[in-house]
Design a protein around this ligand. Sequence first.
Ligand code: 3HC
Ligand code: NAI
Length: 716
Amino acid sequence: MSTNHPFPGDSSVSPSQATPAIHLAREGAVLVARINNPPVNALGFAVREGLLRAIDQAAADDAVRALLIVGEGNTFIGGADIREFGKPALAPSLPEVCDRIEASDKLVIVAIHGPALGGGLEIALAAHFRIAMSAAKLGLPEVSLGLLPGAGGTQRAPRLMGAKAAAELMLSGQALSAQAALAAGLIDRVVDAPNALGAGLAYAKELLAGGAVPRRTCLLAVSDFATAGSDLDKLAADTAVKSRGLFSPLKIIECVRAAVELPFEKGLARERALFLECLGSPQRRGLVHAFFAERAVAKVPEAMAAKPRPIARVGVVGGGTMGAGIAVAMLDAGLSVTMVERDDTSLARGRTNVEKVYDVLVAKGRIDADQKMRVLSRLSCSISYEAFANADLVVEAVFEDMAVKKAVFAELDRVCKRGAVLATNTSYLDIDEMAASVSRPRDVVGLHFFSPANIMKLLEIVVPAKVSADVIATAFELARKLKKVPVRAGVCDGFIGNRILAVYRQAADYLLEDGASPYQIDRAVRAFGYPIGPFQMSDLAGGDIGWATRKRRAATRDPRARYVHIADRLCENGWFGQKTGRGWYVYAAGERAGAEDPQVLGIVDEERRKAGVAPREFSDEDIMRRYLAAMVNEGANVVQERIALRPLDVDVVMLHGYGFPRHRGGPMQYADSVGLPRVLADIREFAKEDPLFWKPSALLVDLVERGADFASLNNP
Ligand code: 3HC
Ligand code: NAI
């Protein structure tokens, strides 16, 4: 891959013209355009304008026979500038730049060394020849932003790689390796060269010497023309099911169909029209919000101010569901892991829990037995805390019980070296209290992983009062190593996610007792875009977990608060969900999809009668208004109390830990999109029935009074 200096030792190149984003220089008969628009060479206005100038300059200079486009930094071109979406368009547009590149009478060659994504790949497809370094990545990820390739990509990719393969590339949003792109026909050559400029120049000279002439993608026929129609029909049928209400995937297929059926110009016009529809859609706004929010969460004051402590050896206490998952996450990141359990039997089970994850990967052919052994050679197991003597960081994942946690922390305090980070994976317990129990509270932090810990991307980094900034910075650096999405959270019961979950789950229980069935609620929540509903989720996680929490909270519950007993009745029957074969649903042996259970509905009816509730009808919309209002209101409380730094932190937690549909951007972004006055009006209406539960958040009231929205708090 090229470095930040794509001209090493190339003293022959003399700069002839420069714009801020594109440097132009002539090398013999080749005009070289170097894109220099950090951080990812996005195709903002200056780059688009600079590329047109490059084409004009090549056309005007008789000594120039070819234009070579390369990118500086680590990325060839990261696509259109996402920050420009939703703002007034500035000419030249990207489609125009691509069309001018393709129409050029001088050869246009691209040399790709890193990611060539979205508009970046579209520039390449419009060029006449394409060479890539072996580390290049080529893709059309617009679908993940609610878009479709809008600069000719939907018309040119099918002409180079076939309609079916092009549609699959665009629908997946995944990038191809250079070799895969070569095999697919997207590029002409892959080289193992140290820098793109040298390889590109050599290729340009070779092409010129061979008498190459512009080779225009728009003139090619779609190679799988004969079968494309039926392939696209099938893809459309699959996509309609899989994309669950997403707008752009089916539009992508429509564009590819246009590439097959229409002349190029008409296909481009179709693409433009559909691109603009996607650009204006709320889904695009939600997905772009998610993209930027995921990057913003790591920008917290402590992580930016302090230097992380080095982490190479980690310890994990407990080898149960979470401990084993955390150990796998650490091993996968290349760290050495020591697991400590309370006795030999539990330790053997903990080790097996870790090994099972790799056994599955071996069975699926994702890794071989040697790779498994190599990874496991970094895992050591012990029943003695002394094994943590050299650990840089230890995470405890033992039972959710303050006395047990404190006993573990006392051991860690005794054996761990000075400077070791002491972390807890507690879901709800007071981390300030744990920190106060050791002699080094500055080293104690919460690392709240989500189950399965090796898969789920979210990591809440919980910041107790006394923790030092460099420990927080270390936690964020660890998250980066683990490829997690870290969100800073303050200490409270449930931190950000579980605290908000408790409230909207309660809203679901009220809906249930008031007349909606669990199955209707689950259906409404799925129709909104969640993968599963709250009652299915409870069956998946195990109803006993929530039951234990309710029992723990019973003593401190406001006696005036409404309490729905239905879930407790199910748990008293031992109906904990999938693991016991029944919960809210009944499960046939080995089945993960449950069936509706008349006996559960019987219990619901009985509890309604006991509570003196006359059941009423709720539409799916009524259900979602309550469910989301509860979520947003608690989200606002969490921001108001600085448990979350910004509304976007709440959004990222709900997206990555709780299945909130990504195309809606997260609950706070969703609330902005429907309008905060409407959310507040809903809460005030519901408060007429239950003012204790439906207490409008002071922050929400304040924003509505000021005519502001949550987004205004994201960039203070
Ligand atoms: N436009 C504007 N900013 C972008 C950007 C883009 N296309 N891509 C990345 N950035 C910004 C990020 O927001 C981040 O900013 P920050 O430092 O202020 O937080 C910075 O660039 C670095 O991004 P990453 O942290 O993601 O850097 P990585 O090195 O990990 O990844 C990348 C680089 C692979 C290019 C990754 O950023 C990426 O996947 N970007 C998006 C690619 C994409 O979706 N392109 C399609 C755009 S839509 C399009 O092209 C429409 C066209 O068809 C008309
Ligand atoms: P688990 O019951 O599966 O595992 C706990 C493990 O800790 C057991 O293997 C037990 O032998 C071990 N253990 C108990 N006391 C010990 C001690 N003194 N020393 C060493 N090992 C000891 O529990 P699970 O689900 O893994 O939860 C662990 C922690 O993670 C809890 O604090 C829980 O709240 C939290 N958590 C759980 C999530 C989940 O979905 N299960 C999600 C996020 C956090």
